[in-house]
Ligand binder design. Structure first.
Ligand code: NAD
Length: 353
């Protein structure tokens, strides 16, 4: 079976970490007899340098014609002087919008070997953590009507029923494949948009009777994440609440270098690490490639339906960490320090079995 992947390496550590994910995919392809074909596109600063814009028509067409997109990260000091409208990060917003990637999936998984890296008390994470935050990505306050003057300013949290319905359906389907527990987070006691959110989620729930649905106000959800994170399986929420809660959930796991993400909705899914382009460590071999490797694992599962292969990546990462191999960001005394490409090699070896 052949799959075509659009590869957008991006800026800073982007090229280094994407190369390691490709290394792992190739070894996996050999083992399971899958063919991955890579088509190089350009996003962010590298695209500004090449085409003068953060997302070119060529790259967009390439992405649309592929089966999935693997992205490193964009941005860096070289482009910070540019007008915000043509900065590298704009490329990311544009591609999400163009490809209708309305569902952002961010798993926050605490690997056993990294329990000591969690900022939470040991007994709160003794059984590990495995939370999936499903965040609405193309609506809400970041996209609503806004205005600014020196005297007053406003932003609008707008949601249509259709927008809520489609993200809720994604979240219920994901919950069905996990522990069948879904917490929908809103501010139903104050916001009208949350009233429609809750009503719509409850209607969608009727089609998924096997999933246990509950609701939390966003302020309580933020608190519950730090006092009892093990209660969560899937969290469904709107764009801004999800932005904040997914960062909070992800930090419970220790390092930003470990966290993958998937953006879904349209025909082509986009997979990228949660972190940015880390210009401070670019080219030093210190970048942790695991978030990108795990993102490639999500691609196998969610875009290609290769569940066993995806699991093989998670397992390989787990084993390498258990054996005491670490990049600088997750290094603790007594462990073996590896560079970016050495970590990629170790995981690729494990994947091949
Ligand atoms: P960042 O995530 O790039 O870095 C924050 C800190 O985490 C830095 O100290 C960095 O060295 C470290 N870090 C990040 N990823 C790491 C990894 N894989 N291994 C080890 N350490 C890692 O965030 P920032 O410094 O705020 O932003 C830098 C640039 O990235 C900016 O231009 C920003 O706009 C951009 N950015 C891009 C994305 C994206 O492409 N999705 C996301 C966030 C930020």
């Amino acid at each position: 079976m052949t799959f075509t992947i659009a590869v957008l390496k991006g800026d800073g550590i982007g090229p280094e970490i994407v190369d390691e994910a490709i290394k792992v995919l190739d070894r996996l392809g050999e083992k399971y007899d899958r063919q991955f074909t890579y088509k190089r596109g350009y996003l962010g600063g590298e695209s500004i340098d090449k085409y003068g814009v953060p997302l070119s028509d060529e790259t967009l067409a390439l992405c649309k014609a592929s089966d999935a997109i693997l992205l490193g990260a964009v941005g860096g000091p070289k482009w910070n002087h540019l007008d915000p409208a043509i900065r590298p990060e704009r490329g990311l917003l544009a591609i999400r919008k163009e490809l209708e990637l309305f569902a952002n999936l961010r798993p926050a998984i605490l690997f056993d070997a990294l329990k000591e890296s969690s900022p939470l008390k040991r007994d709160l994470v003794k059984d590990g953590l495995n939370i999936m935050v499903v965040r609405e990505l193309t609506g809400g306050i970041y996209f609503g009507k806004r205005a600014y003057s020196d005297e007053e300013a406003y932003d609008t949290m707008y949601y249509s029923r259709a927008e809520i319905e489609r993200i809720a359906v994604e979240a219920f389907k994901i919950a069905q494949k996990r522990n069948k527990k879904l917490v929908s987070v809103d501010k139903h006691n104050v916001l009208d948009s949350s009233k429609l959110w809750r009503k719509t989620v409850e209607e969608v729930a009727k089609d998924y009777p096997d999933v246990r649905l509950s609701h939390l106000y966003v302020d309580n959800a933020a608190m519950q994440l730090v006092i009892n994170p093990a209660q969560f399986d899937v969290i469904l929420t709107e764009n801004m609440f999800g932005d904040i809660l997914s960062d909070e959930a992800s930090m419970l796991t220790g390092s930003i270098g470990m966290l993958p993400s998937a953006s879904l909705g349209g025909r082509v899914g986009l997979y990228e690490p949660v972190h940015g382009s880390a210009p401070d460590i670019a080219g030093t071999g210190k970048a942790n490639p695991i978030a990108t490797i795990l993102s490639a694992g999500m691609m196998l599962k969610y875009s290609f339906g290769l569940v066993e292969e995806s699991w093989a990546i998670d397992k390989a990462v787990d084993e390498v960490l258990e054996e005491g191999y670490r990049t600088a960001d997750i290094y603790t005394k007594g462990k073996t320090l590896l560079t970016t490409s050495e970590m990629g090699d170790k995981i690729a070896e494990r994947v091949r079995g």
